[in-house]
Design a binder for this molecule. Structure first.
Ligand code: ZN
Length: 231
């Protein structure tokens, strides 16, 4: 009996963090392979909606006639339902980033699943919808085995990124140094206290969209890119 418990514990330890970690690396590799096959610019924004920053990003996207994917954080939606509606009405894709930006390696598995569900509920409430699935961006890029299994069984596309513009890093580089050709780009649209950071995000997005136009690179939402459609 003891040996069975011991084996079960060892198997669980092996599955719980290493499997999702290996799976995340495979997903990133497959994004890179796809980007090499079909060069594209895929802009994704996490942790929003913010107030002014999200609206300014929408203005830039509109100016370039480009669509992006917003991985909304459930706890930031209340009071910003109009911003969520504007994102959807302007034809951008809405994804979920959970509710409370929890590190799923550090919370119990049931809590991670309820966080995913709460994030979806907030989006549905804001948009007056009953969708059960949205593309999912794991907070901190981390999943535990139970949350991974839950997402896979419910057919949630799990979306990582290949290029981080660095707008949440301690030492923020100026956007002039960011060289991106074909990428799934990670940026953040939550409201910033530091206006320099907000300006860096806007400047970088504008620069990437101008470069994409010069290089004739299609700008796609996550789902357009994954399905291989859009232009
Ligand atoms: Zn995040």
């Amino acid at each position: 009996m003891k040996i069975i418990i011991l084996i079960s514990v060892v198997v669980l330890i092996f599955l719980y963090l290493p499997v999702p970690w290996i799976y995340s690396k495979i997903l990133v590799m497959s994004l890179r392979r796809k980007l090499a096959q079909k060069p594209s610019l895929v802009l994704t924004f996490d942790d929003g909606p913010g107030d002014t920053l999200t609206l300014s990003i929408l203005d830039i996207l509109k100016k370039h006639n480009a669509k992006a994917t917003f991985f909304l954080l459930g706890k930031n939606i209340e009071g910003r339902e109009e911003v969520v509606k504007q994102i959807a009405e302007q034809g951008h894709e809405i994804g979920t980033h959970g509710f409370d930006h929890l590190n799923y390696w550090r919370v119990n598995p049931l809590k991670s699943i309820s966080d995913i569900n709460k994030g979806i509920q907030e989006i549905n409430k804001a948009l007056d919808k009953k969708n059960k699935t949205y593309p999912f961006r794991p907070p901190f890029g981390k999943l535990n085995f139970i949350s991974l299994l839950n997402l896979c069984l419910r057919k949630f596309p799990i979306i990582y990124w290949t290029c981080d513009i660095g707008d949440t890093h301690k030492n923020i580089q100026t956007n002039n140094k960011i060289e991106i050709s074909s990428s799934v780009v990670l940026a953040h649209d939550y409201e910033r206290k530091n206006q320099n950071t907000a300006r860096m995000v806007l400047g970088t997005i504008d620069k990437l969209l101008r470069e994409a136009k010069q290089k004739d690179l299609p700008v796609l939402t996550v789902s357009q890119f994954i399905r291989g459609s859009g232009s």
